[in-house]
Design a protein around this ligand. Structure first.
Ligand SMILES: CC(C)(COP(=O)(O)OP(=O)(O)OC[C@H]1O[C@@H](n2cnc3c(N)ncnc32)[C@H](O)[C@@H]1OP(=O)(O)O)[C@@H](O)C(=O)NCCC(=O)NCCS
Length: 162
């Protein structure tokens, strides 16, 4: 198993893994499955994306996204992490996020942040294991399938860029 920077050729695999996570309803407010064309738009030349491969197949990705258009927040990125369902709890998530942190450091970011459903224990465990801090809870931040959900705000500083 190894991590590498993603290229546009990885868009179909990333879309497949992300759509699986969307379908599970445990990680995101998104409900529309994503296509490779959707994922291609993530490659903006600024925000790193990594994939983890195992035996030639992509089984996980971690991606950064714009946090804000305001120049003062240039060094902050939102982060997403998804591992194929059948490949979880084997270290792929940790590998992807560790590689993404390195790529984000090289790209000059000083902070990654995300919002995690309060009952997403796997994600909260992973986030803690990788040095993220729980900032607090947004109550009723959005509705998923009609139900209001709370999310934990998490952040990870990148000391080399502070
Ligand atoms: C969260 C997720 C990315 C973790 O990836 P993974 O490859 O299964 O995790 P790893 O095997 O690398 O585990 C790394 C650490 O995360 C924590 N962790 C992972 N799964 C966990 C679980 N089910 N319960 C509690 N802690 C968990 C542990 O601390 C683990 O370290 P350990 O195995 O030494 O105990 C994966 O479960 C997933 O894709 N979930 C659906 C999508 C999602 O929730 N994404 C995050 C959105 S914010």
């Amino acid at each position: 198993m190894h991590a590498r920077l993603a290229t546009p050729n990885d868009a179909p695999a990333i879309a497949r893994i992300y759509s699986q996570g969307i379908e599970e309803r445990i990680a995101t407010f998104e409900t529309r499955p994503r296509t490779a064309a959707d994922v291609l738009a993530w490659f903006d030349g600024r925000h790193p994306i990594v994939v983890v491969e195992d035996a030639g197949a992509s089984i996980a990705f971690a991606a950064t996204f714009s946090y804000s258009p305001r120049p003062c927040y240039d060094g902050i990125a939102e982060v997403s992490l998804y591992v194929e369902r059948s490949a979880r709890r084997r270290g792929a998530g940790r590998l992807a996020m560790t590689a993404l942190l390195k790529a984000a450091e090289q790209a000059g970011f000083w902070k990654l942040l995300s919002r995690v459903f309060v009952d997403n224990t796997a994600s909260l465990g992973m986030i803690r294991a990788l040095g993220f801090r729980e900032v607090g809870v947004y109550e009723k931040h959005g509705r998923l399938d009609g139900v209001w959900r709370d999310v934990v705000i998490v952040e990870r500083l990148i000391p080399a860029n502070l």
